[in-house]
Design a protein around this ligand. Structure first.
Ligand SMILES: [Fe+2]
Length: 281
């Protein structure tokens, strides 16, 4: 620790949580701490609760150049993971055929085309987070398919047939602190999702420089890790608002699909992504 009063903050947000089916399916190399023994996990809700008595809640600050454990592998080594549940598991919110086509055709095509696009290039050996943080200099095929691959991994994983309800712990505290409450957060997120013109995504992310939670939307297959984003951050909740995500069941009623989304959000996964943001001193 060069300076105990200066804090260098790293992104290690959990895109795959270690206990998830996705995490078990994707074979990646373990990441070594860049700061050796000085790196530690952000405060748990319990420790934060103790620490917050009489003091402000600390907000972790993160850097987009860092990557999660699971995503630290060379991009060429990333795998197309199995869906964490059956095609019909998200019914009635998302119908079986939509999930099957969405996962097995759209998502798979993004993955295949991403691997093909990075092929023998220098991007093959780069972590996908590094590719994203330089995406404006990368070919469109990498941007569209790399984003399409990554974004859908987050999306499938942050859905669950047993989802819904509200977050707990540190994430719930921060949502209340920053948005005024869960309902206010949902309203703002919905506004971002419903107002995205054409195809794109809505996100809850952690800001790269301030560590604050923020809501945003991105066009096409862009995401907040990309240096093309209006505000960069590490996404912890993803909502796909492309028509292919809902049109068979909802047709033009994107609003109904978005309203249903909250019934299947896998909050434990979102909370784990948030809690695994690491701080290095
Ligand atoms: Fe999609």
């Amino acid at each position: 620790m060069k300076n105990k009063f200066s804090i260098t903050l790293l992104v290690a947000a959990a895109v795959f949580c270690s206990t998830s089916v996705f995490a078990q399916a994707v074979k990646v190399k373990p990441v070594k701490s860049k700061s050796g023994s000085t790196e530690k996990v952000a405060p748990t809700p319990e420790s934060e609760s103790k620490a917050s008595k009489g003091s402000a809640v600390k907000i972790p600050v993160v850097s987009s150049d860092e990557v999660t454990d699971a995503w630290s592998a060379p991009a060429i080594d990333l795998k197309f993971a199995p869906l964490p549940y059956g095609y019909d598991a998200l019914e009635p919110v998302i119908d079986k055929l939509t999930v099957e086509i969405h996962y097995d055709r759209h998502h798979r095509a993004y993955y295949n085309n991403f691997i093909k696009a990075i092929g023998e290039t220098k991007m093959a050996s780069m972590p996908i987070g590094k590719i994203f943080s330089n995406i404006k200099e990368m070919p469109d095929a990498v941007r569209n398919n790399g984003g399409g691959y990554y974004n859908h991994v987050l999306y499938w994983e942050n859905l669950s047939p047993k989802g819904g309800g509200e977050p707990t712990g540190m994430l719930a505290e921060m949502i209340k602190k920053q948005f005024g409450g869960f309902n206010e957060f949902v309203q703002k997120f919905n506004d971002a999702a419903k107002s995205r013109f054409g195809s794109g995504w809505a996100w809850l992310s952690v800001d790269n420089t301030t560590g604050e939670l923020f809501i945003s939307s991105t066009p096409n297959q862009d995401n907040p890790l990309m240096n093309s984003a209006d505000r960069m951050g590490t996404p912890i909740l993803a909502l796909d608002v492309w028509e292919h995500a809902y049109y068979l069941k909802y047709q033009n009623k994107r609003t109904d699909y978005i309203d249903g989304f909250w019934k299947i959000v896998n909050w434990p996964v979102v909370e784990q992504r948030y809690s695994q943001i690491k701080i290095a001193k």
